[in-house]
Design a protein around this ligand. Structure first.
Ligand code: NAP
Length: 256
């Protein structure tokens, strides 16, 4: 049993859907005050109403500095400070390199990687004031560990988050703040549903635990990194993938 996060002030970017919504639900169930953020207000409003607990929302584009700073400041003011940021928002358009416009590359980098930097930068004054803080990044196995055609930009952005993490961990230590990353495998979300049933079935078959992960599997890992028990862990990453990256070959998975 982890020490309670009751009353802690938490932000989850990309909290209107998918993994972010799952992370928000896990923290809200613990009694934390949770702000979910995204660009689309309808989905945010619906998620904030449906997630059980103390949940509010703010519209924010994580690739835009002014938007991130304003969201961070007004959330800290509404929730009486800031304890935990889950920088989770991300996008994964699938386009092979040969067909990819440079603008698409830049857009994915901005949403997935620039956003990690912007969230941490905007949070520092709040963590400094609070005397401590926690950051949890949502990276991926795609990029740092595996590859998939169409996701060169996505994989590069997710590896980039882990590169950012190491130096950020050193710089944030002076604010008594830790930063770690969760690396999900294939998690069942609205975003993944769009890739089609055939993709989902093939993926499930390639995972030793024979199912896609649930959004709360990632929420639980984020909760651990945010807990008092994880106070001495920083600059680290954890894969949450049902064993997906383990099999050496198709034959290995068929042997199970
Ligand atoms: P999702 O269901 O598509 O949800 C993405 C969330 O991010 C939405 O709330 C979306 O809301 C928000 N978002 C996207 N672009 C944004 C922007 N520029 N500014 C603010 N919010 C933005 O995706 P997901 O599958 O839950 O993925 C969440 C994170 O997990 C991503 O970082 C992804 O790379 C990572 N991940 C997912 C999987 C998986 O299997 N699902 C696996 C590995 C890693 P709006 O569009 O309204 O802004």
């Amino acid at each position: 049993m982890l020490t309670s996060l009751k009353g802690k002030s938490v932000i989850v970017t990309g909290g209107s859907k998918g993994i972010g919504r799952g992370i928000a639900a896990v923290f809200a169930r613990q009694g934390a005050k949770v702000t979910i953020t995204a660009r689309g207000e309808e989905a945010l409003k619906q998620a904030a109403a449906e997630i059980e607990g103390d949940v509010r929302y703010e519209i924010c584009d994580v690739s835009d500095w002014d938007s991130v700073k304003a969201m961070m400041d007004s959330t800290a003011s509404a929730q009486g400070g800031l304890d935990v940021i889950c920088a989770n928002a991300g996008a994964f358009p699938q386009t092979k390199i040969v067909d990819m416009d440079p603008e698409e590359w830049d857009g994915v980098m901005a949403t997935n990687l620039r956003s990690s930097f912007l969230c941490v930068k905007a949070a520092i004054p709040h963590f400094e004031k609070q005397g401590k803080g926690r950051v949890v990044l949502t990276s991926s196995i795609t990029g740092p560990v595996t590859g998939f055609p169409g996701w060169a930009h996505y994989g590069a952005s997710k590896s980039g988050q882990l590169g950012f993490l190491k130096t950020a961990a050193m710089e944030l230590s002076r604010y008594n703040t830790t930063i770690n990353a969760v690396m999900p495998g294939n998690i069942y979300t609205e975003g993944l549903q769009d890739l089609g049933q055939e993709y989902l079935d093939t993926m499930a078959a390639s995972i030793p635990l024979k199912r896609l992960g649930g959004v709360e599997d990632i929420g639980n890992a984020a909760l651990f990194f945010a807990s008092d028990e994880a106070a001495y862990i920083t600059g680290q990453q954890i894969v949450v993938d049902g064993g997906q990256i383990i099999p050496e070959s198709l034959e290995a998975i068929e042997e199970i």
